[in-house]
Design a protein around this ligand. Structure first.
Ligand SMILES: Cc1cc2nc3c(=O)[nH]c(=O)nc-3n(C[C@H](O)[C@H](O)[C@H](O)COP(=O)(O)OP(=O)(O)OC[C@H]3O[C@@H](n4cnc5c(N)ncnc54)[C@H](O)[C@@H]3O)c2cc1C
Length: 365
């Protein structure tokens, strides 16, 4: 089949690589450069397997947890790029005795469900993560990790091209085209048309802006302000996940990512004094050594949030037109299962999970 993919973030690139490697003729159209929007801005946290999860994203994440390691290896072999996928664990801090007791209960509940979450307080805690400051009185250590998402999108660009995807950058798709109710392809801003039997819209936070679709799924941008510090001592090993954010993500080069605000302010890319103050204040409270670290970079990104909070993956009422978007704050972690689901639906194979909840047809006219 001739397949046009709109958007070159993690999902567009992964879909392109997968569909080209099963013999389809794939063209990916990207308005700017590939991998420079949410997938670049992300912190790259990867969730652990949680088989009891009931949310739609949770199910995708849980299936993905088993797919990440072989995927990272394959990508490394195809491209020579180490995407720094490491599952060094996650730490959930408590700042007072009530929070500590709640986490202790969580550890007992998790044990009953077969997941190891180790409750740690005092010396055990600081032996495991010496960087943590006295404001943290206890916490849970569990599975989880992260990937260097900027390396990931770079590797995916290389892998997609190697698999045969034609990537056109600087090409903005304006609308879907159809003839007599049959999908014909896409139209771009320079007035040209690209013919396709299948179109996959993976345009992130901009997915709802593409014209020509009846019952467009509603995806809106959520701004995340996020920053990186360098030179923290002692270093951090695990991802630290504070219940109401921010989180801290250690990178292999010694940087620590501190993210991120969650703001519905349209496509405003500003970083604000309040946003940065909140990130840094909480980060230094958790890791006092960060006060002496250098601020390496501050940036923003737009999470593609579907209005009902569930990713949009599947075929629309127009045969051949698919969406793969709306993953919001967790779009890297569930990506392998998302692409397994999307490609199964495009190729009319048995999907790896029930696709109903993800269907773009759920949005009212
Ligand atoms: C600050 C922040 C932190 C995050 N942290 C995490 C995390 O720790 N773990 C996690 O799992 N997820 C995280 N996320 C979420 C995750 O990054 C996103 O859900 C995911 O990257 C979305 O990927 P995407 O391919 O759908 O979108 P994008 O990466 O935004 O890609 C969409 C692409 O489509 C292109 N495009 C748009 N319109 C058009 C058009 N009309 N024509 C052609 N091209 C077009 C854009 O230029 C862009 O390149 C975070 C997000 C942010 C912003």
């Amino acid at each position: 089949m001739r397949i046009a993919i709109v958007g070159g973030g993690i999902l567009g690139l992964m879909a392109g690589r997968a569909l080209a490697s099963t013999g389809h003729v794939v063209t990916l159209l990207e308005t700017g450069q590939t991998g420079r929007e949410a997938s670049w801005a992300s912190a790259g946290i990867i969730a652990a397997r949680a088989p009891w999860t009931t949310t739609a994203t949770g199910k995708l994440q849980s299936i993905s947890a088993d797919l990440w390691s072989p995927f990272a290896e394959e990508l490394g072999a195809e491209t020579g790029i180490d995407i720094e996928f490491r599952m060094n664990g996650c730490f959930y801090p408590a700042f007072n005795d009530d929070e500590a007791r709640a986490l202790e209960r969580d550890a007992r509940d998790a044990a009953r469900l077969g997941l190891t979450l180790e409750f740690a307080s005092g010396p055990t805690l600081r032996a495991a993560e010496p960087a943590l400051g006295p404001a943290i009185v206890a916490g849970l250590m569990g599975p989880g990790g992260n990937v260097e998402n900027r390396r990931l999108v770079r590797a995916l660009d290389v892998a997609a091209r190697r698999a045969g995807v034609t990537i056109q950058t600087g090409v903005h798709v304006e609308s879907i085209s159809q003839h007599g109710g049959i999908l014909a392809g896409v139209r771009t801003n320079d007035g040209s048309s690209i013919d396709a039997d299948v179109v996959v819209i993976a345009a992130g936070a901009w997915s709802s802006a593409i014209d020509g679709v009846v019952n467009r799924p509603r995806v809106v941008p959520q701004r995340g302000q996020i920053l990186a510090v360098r030179g923290a001592s002692p270093p951090l090993r695990r991802v630290v996940m504070k219940a109401d954010d921010p989180y801290l993500v250690p990178r292999l080069d010694g940087r620590i990512i501190v993210g991120a605000t969650r703001e519905f302010v349209g496509f405003d890319r500003s970083t604000t004094a309040g946003g940065v103050a909140w990130l840094l204040g909480s980060a230094v409270e958790m890791i006092p050594g960060l006060a002496r670290a250098e601020i390496a970079e501050i940036w923003t990104g737009f999470r593609p949030v579907s209005v009902d909070g569930t990713p949009v993956i599947g075929e629309t009422e127009l045969r051949g037109l698919f969406y793969c978007t709306g993953h919001g704050p967790s779009g890297i972690s569930p990506a392998p299962a998302t692409i397994a689901l999307l490609t199964a639906l495009v190729e009319e194979r048995r999907p790896p999970l029930d696709p109903t909840v993800f269907s773009p047809r759920r949005f009212p006219a």
